[in-house]
Design a protein around this ligand. Structure first.
Ligand SMILES: Nc1nc2c(ncn2[C@@H]2O[C@H](COP(=O)(O)OP(=O)(O)OP(=O)(O)O)[C@@H](O)[C@H]2O)c(=O)[nH]1
Ligand SMILES: [Mg+2]
Length: 596
């Protein structure tokens, strides 16, 4: 496998994860999952990709994260050793990441393709509250080199909500990049829900984390650290990351002159922080650990990341199933309410024409007429019996009418089911809302268009099938002659039998009437049977045509409807299939280099 291949894998995985993230972002209830997917994609782009590309393992990246106004920018200043970052009393001031490069730190690490995703590097310095998808890099002036060595220190926007589409993903980008994360929480708000969830996510993602608690009175520092360990860190699911315990430090509330001089007047609080970070930012091992943990996290949480998609797929499957079941009911209704009652009278005419054809033409006409006369009493009797036996034909409702009412029932069923299930998944809510805003009308338009083109072809089809009953014989004089001869033979046999049975006596007349009628009845039965076969064939064909040309395309249209924006269903399925595969392949590519 060469460089191009691993780049392809990295961009495939990143774009699948990005697509899933976008899919979650459209569902407000899945904001947290969207954040999780963003972290996964950013790990792929910012950590795994550059490593497989053979990028340098230095400088290391240290990201400072936490809730709004927690003291992140203040902690950045402690890490850098001078007041470089804008600490601002307005909580939520910092809106895009800023990288601080202490003296002697290498640059040129930002050139990797896909690095920090959509974040654009600013050419000019800008205030920290610039709310755009950007990041800036500031070289720290001064001669003293940083004890942390070759590190980039990132000041980040706050983590206060998962929902924000704007600045939170910027923070997640940098957190994913980081080799060490410094998590900052202030004394009043160290237990806030969303920052805590984010901390848990970072630890589970295998990040090396140092916690800094800020702004408490110095005397309470020990108690608050203990409380934080018990209440926040110990709620982490155990054994998930295989990480050593997360260190927790305190920087108490300091006067402004100490804040302004972190390396001097506040040195007593800075040194323990620097020491803790140095342990984790070991240049020999830190980057490999970052890559290894990123891949491990992707590997083990891949299933969980995809759960959102699985739920959506299950909901879509349920919707598709419902559409198919109700489509079958539509077809069934057409069969019972129209096809089974429809006589297709054109076939009665075809049957009479076929019987006519079997009669002798030309010279034989007189013989045929004679037989016709002989059969008159039987005919009269039969039509009397038929009239007595058959019930008046029920009025058959027109085809279009049946199809239209079956369509309305179909829509009613879908609407009712969507409303019933609206609380179970956003997809059903989406469908239910659709029915309130034009889905039924759009479906009706689809249906009418399908119906029109079906009706045109259907009328022609019946006509052609009815014509085909006799067309074959009319075109083949030889077969017609054989059949006529057969019928003639049957009539002659009937007459012969009558004479044989009655002798040359008066009962023969009665026998002739009877036998000739019976012979004709036999022929009529055969013809009737044949035409009935054709009639039921046209029934099946019409059923198939309605299914293929009307209910099928309409069901497809309906099944696709909730997946707004094209083939979302197929894309979800594709992503579900590919993501675990791609992760495994990247793992295989990275392993030899991680071990070397
Ligand atoms: N007096 C005093 N003020 C502090 C201390 N730590 C932080 N502050 C102040 O608290 C405010 C917020 O601190 P920042 O470091 O800007 O917090 P932040 O987390 O970066 O905030 P955002 O970027 O707005 O989310 C600033 O006005 C700081 O000066 C401290 O120890 N003593
Ligand atoms: Mg700040």
């Amino acid at each position: 496998m060469d460089a191009a291949d691993h780049r392809q894998l990295v961009s495939l995985l990143a774009s699948d994860l990005a697509w899933l993230e976008d899919h979650c972002r459209r569902q407000p209830a899945l904001a947290r999952e969207a954040g999780q997917l963003r972290l996964a994609a950013a790990l792929v782009r910012n950590v795994v990709g550059p490593f497989l590309d053979g990028g340098p393992t230095a400088p290391l990246h240290i990201a400072v994260v936490g809730g709004a106004g927690a003291g992140k920018s203040t902690v950045v200043n402690f890490l850098v050793g001078s007041a470089v970052a804008e600490a601002n009393p307005q909580a939520g001031y910092t809106r895009h990441p800023t990288a601080y490069l202490p003296p002697n730190v290498s640059s040129g690490w930002s050139g990797h393709l896909g690095f920090l995703g959509p974040l654009r590097k600013l050419d000019q310095p800008a205030p920290g509250d610039l709310d755009q998808d950007v990041y800036q890099v500031r070289r720290v002036p001064g001669a003293a080199s940083n004890p942390l060595g070759d590190v980039v220190i990132w000041d980040c926007p706050d983590m206060t909500t998962w929902a924000a589409g704007g600045y939170v993903p910027r923070l997640i980008e940098v957190a994913a990049l980081a080799d060490v994360v410094v998590y900052v929480a202030s004394d009043e708000r160290y237990n806030d829900e969303v920052p805590t969830q984010f901390l848990h996510l970072l630890v589970r993602a295998g990040k090396a984390v140092v916690v800094v608690l800020t702004k408490m009175p110095e005397a309470q520092a020990g108690r608050i650290v203990e409380h934080f360990q018990a209440e926040v860190l110990n709620r982490l699911p155990k054994g998930e990351s295989g990480q050593p315990a997360t260190p927790v430090l305190a920087i108490p509330h300091l006067p402004p002159d100490q804040l302004a001089d972190p390396a001097g007047k506040a040195g007593v609080f800075r040194i323990p922080l620097i020491n803790q970070v140095m342990v984790l930012a070991d240049p020999a091992t830190a980057r490999k650990r970052t890559v290894d943990h990123a891949l491990q996290y992707l590997d083990t949480s891949g299933g969980e990341l995809l759960d959102v998609a699985r739920q959506d797929l299950a909901a879509m499957d349920a919707w598709r199933h419902l559409v198919q079941v109700s489509r079958q009911q539509f077809d069934e209704r057409y069969r019972t309410e129209f096809l089974n009652g429809e006589g297709f009278r054109r076939f009665d005419e075809a049957r009479d024409r076929l019987l006519d054809l079997l009669e002798l033409p030309g010279a034989g006409r007189a013989f045929a007429m004679a037989l016709f006369v002989l059969r008159l009493p039987y005919r009269g009797l039969r039509s009397l019996v038929e009239k007595a036996l058959t019930r008046p034909a029920s009025v058959n409702v027109g085809e279009a009418q049946v199809l239209e009412s079956a369509f309305r029932a179909w829509m009613d069923q879908l609407r009712a089911e969507a409303i019933r299930r609206a609380d179970s998944h956003p997809l059903w809510r989406h469908v239910a809302a659709g029915f309130n805003s034009g889905l039924a009308d759009a479906a009706a338009d689809q249906f009418q268009a399908l119906l029109r083109s079906y009706q045109v072809s259907s009328a022609e089809e019946i006509e052609a099938a009815a014509r085909a009953v006799t067309a074959g014989l009319e075109k083949s004089p030889a077969s017609l002659a054989v059949l006529r001869a057969g019928k003639l033979a049957l009539d002659l046999v009937a007459i012969a039998l009558a004479i044989w049975a009655g002798g040359f006596d008066w009962p023969t007349i009665v026998y002739v009437f009877l036998f000739v009628s019976a012979a004709h009845q036999v022929v009529e039965l055969i013809v009737r049977q044949y035409v009935e076969g054709k009639r039921s064939a046209i029934r099946s064909r019409k059923m198939a045509t309605v299914s293929r040309a009307v209910s099928g395309p309409l069901a497809d249209w309906l099944a696709r409807w909730p997946a707004t924006g094209g083939s979302a269903y197929e894309k979800l399925q594709g992503a579900l299939r590919r993501v675990p595969d791609t992760i495994a392949q990247l793992r295989q590519l990275a392993d030899p280099r991680l071990r070397s």
